[in-house]
Design a protein around this ligand. Structure first.
Ligand SMILES: [Zn+2]
Length: 263
């Protein structure tokens, strides 16, 4: 199988290194990613940098910085998962989004309460008092497309837009393998048991910082029993009569399309 071309790839950023120390940065080509929630705006060829801008790597010859701007207007920006955004912008903005959230959540050391400062050596923060190192966080999650004959198991969360369905997904819990997490999540959310589990691909997902590990599987046993705490609805959908699906930029959609190809 060909590797999928899923967005939020790291390939557009070279020399990933997050820092506020401007003297460490060579060159004077600046690109600023202005962030507000899931919206962003890219400013290229900027000649001066705001004091609170944070350097996070290089793209081609450009020094990349991000800043937060709560007053970023809807009409000035575009959603990070929009299918209209080019791959490079999405990749760069996705990393900026994750770094910005991690930065805002790690101001003080969890061990001693000292101030955390960006490391000069690696992509991390170091405590100014006890030298404890804090790395950018990455939460592992599983996501799985399940089929039964010509039908696909799809689920819907309350907060999703109307008529939007996706596949089962959830975080890996402490002590679990990815395979155990897939079996548990499908059973907990839908009452369905699966077999023939096959790994397909992964995707970095910057909302806020997940690594999504994607699988396909077959139905093996059980009746649908929807976990109403987690889901609004779940059901088997015939491949010729599918509801609204996630955007092509998501691993959820990639798994659904791959499943349909194999039916
Ligand atoms: Zn400390």
């Amino acid at each position: 199988m060909l590797l999928p071309n899923l967005p939020f790839s790291r390939e557009f950023i070279k020399h990933l290194h997050i820092t506020t120390v401007k003297s460490n940065i060579s060159g004077d080509n600046f690109t600023i990613i202005e962030l507000s929630g899931s919206r962003f705006k890219i400013h290229k060829d900027v000649k001066s940098i705001r004091e609170d801008a944070i350097f996070f790597g290089k793209y081609k010859n450009e020094n990349l910085f991000f800043i937060e701007n709560d007053s970023l207007f809807e009409e000035d920006s575009f959603n990070i998962i929009s299918e209209k955004i080019d791959e490079e912008s999405r990749g760069v903005a996705g990393i900026a989004r994750s770094f910005s959230i991690w930065h805002s959540e790690n101001i003080y050391c969890g061990k001693c309460g000292g101030s955390l400062l960006f490391s000069n050596k690696e992509t991390a923060k170091v405590c100014s008092k006890c030298s404890f190192t804090v790395y950018p966080r990455l939460n592992p999650a599983v996501i799985v497309g399940v089929k039964k004959g010509p039908e696909i198991l799809l689920t819907r969360k309350r907060e999703w837009q109307r008529n939007r369905y996706g596949v089962v997904a959830g975080f890996i819990e402490y002590g679990e393998s990815a395979e155990e997490a897939v079996n548990r999540e499908v059973f907990e959310e839908t009452g369905i048991e699966i077999n023939n589990l096959k790994y397909i691909t992964t995707q970095f997902w910057p909302f806020p910082y997940q690594i999504m590990i994607g699988f396909l599987a077959d139905y093996s046993a059980g009746e649908l029993k929807v976990d109403r705490c987690e889901l609004e609805e779940a059901g088997w959908f015939h491949k010729d009569h599918l509801p609204g699906l996630p955007p092509a930029t998501s691993i959820s959609r990639f798994l659904i399309d791959t499943l349909i190809d194999r039916l």
